[in-house]
Design a protein around this ligand. Structure first.
Ligand SMILES: Cc1cc2nc3c(=O)[nH]c(=O)nc-3n(C[C@H](O)[C@H](O)[C@H](O)COP(=O)(O)O)c2cc1C
Length: 248
């Protein structure tokens, strides 16, 4: 069985969709092909992969409570392609959003369900994930933790000759458990959907989020976006700056 995973984030690097997609791949067996959908140039290669696929998994961000426009353009082409070639793959969807509630992805999920009905595809269901940006940061933090552990090990070998600096391992273990806990909902529902993809069965729609209380999320999100804004050209990305009117 062949499954095509489509990463629909328009970002070139560090997108949350790539993270969730790599997790979903772990739970799916058979032939797996991952493709990126960013520009119209990606359409043809993806359609070629779809020609002999039994399942397709769209992994995308929520944009203004809906499907990003570059994905809509592709779906139009995919509908025509599937009709022309009498293709009826099962379609699954992993959608993540910036705000904390995964349930906000429900309208997008409904759009995919209608798309399947219209294009003659089999709607397999999906997982909606809240706090996608923050969950994506957890994998970066995990990489930083590993780097720190390696650094501490090297320092420990130089200073004491010991290969296992105890305090560094304890701190690494504590951080790893915490980061794993934040991701538990995502891991559970992606593992669950993986079992349905393997059987080409209907998984239904499930919603989850980063496992932290909302008030903690808001606090961290505020600090995160202020810092990002500063890096991206001033507080609130220059929203408060005086604008120059452009002559058309
Ligand atoms: C143009 C745009 C619109 C967005 N609209 C929403 C939205 O309606 N609700 C929401 O929770 N997040 C929204 N977001 C945040 C993204 O869904 C979020 O950053 C997501 O994690 C990006 O996934 P990616 O890294 O895979 O591209 C929006 C982001 C952009 C750039």
């Amino acid at each position: 069985m062949k499954t095509v995973f489509i990463n629909c984030s328009p970002k070139e690097r560090f997108c949350a969709s790539a993270y969730f997609l790599s997790l979903q791949r772990i739970f799916v067996s058979g032939k797996k092909v991952t493709v990126k959908l960013r520009t119209p140039a990606d359409h043809e290669p993806i359609l070629t992969e779809l020609a002999d696929a039994q399942s397709v998994v769209f992994c995308l961000p929520l944009y203004v409570d809906g499907i990003p426009s570059h994905v809509l353009r592709f779906m139009e082409k995919m509908e025509a392609f599937c009709r022309e070639n009498s293709l009826h793959p099962s379609l699954y969807c992993i959608v993540n959003n910036g705000f904390i509630e995964g349930k906000q992805n429900e309208p997008l999920m409904q759009s995919f369900e209608h798309f399947c009905n219209r294009a003659g595809l089999t709607w397999g269901g999906g997982v909606g994930i809240g706090g996608g940006v923050m969950l994506n940061v957890t994998r970066i933090l995990f990489a930083v933790d590993i780097a720190l552990l390696l650094l501490n090990t090297v320092l420990s070998i130089i200073n004491t000759g010991s290969l296992f600096p105890k305090s560094a391992w304890i701190s690494f273990g504590e951080n790893a458990v915490l980061l794993l806990y934040f991701n538990l909902g995502v891991l559970f529902y992606l593992a669950r959907m993986g079992s349905f993809i393997r059987k080409r069965a209907h998984a239904g729609k499930k919603y989850t989020r980063i496992l932290i209380p909302s008030f903690v999320f808001i606090l961290f999100a505020d600090v995160f976006f202020i810092v990002i804004s500063l890096f991206e050209g001033g507080l609130f990305r220059g929203w408060l700056a005086e604008k120059e009117l452009k002559e058309e």
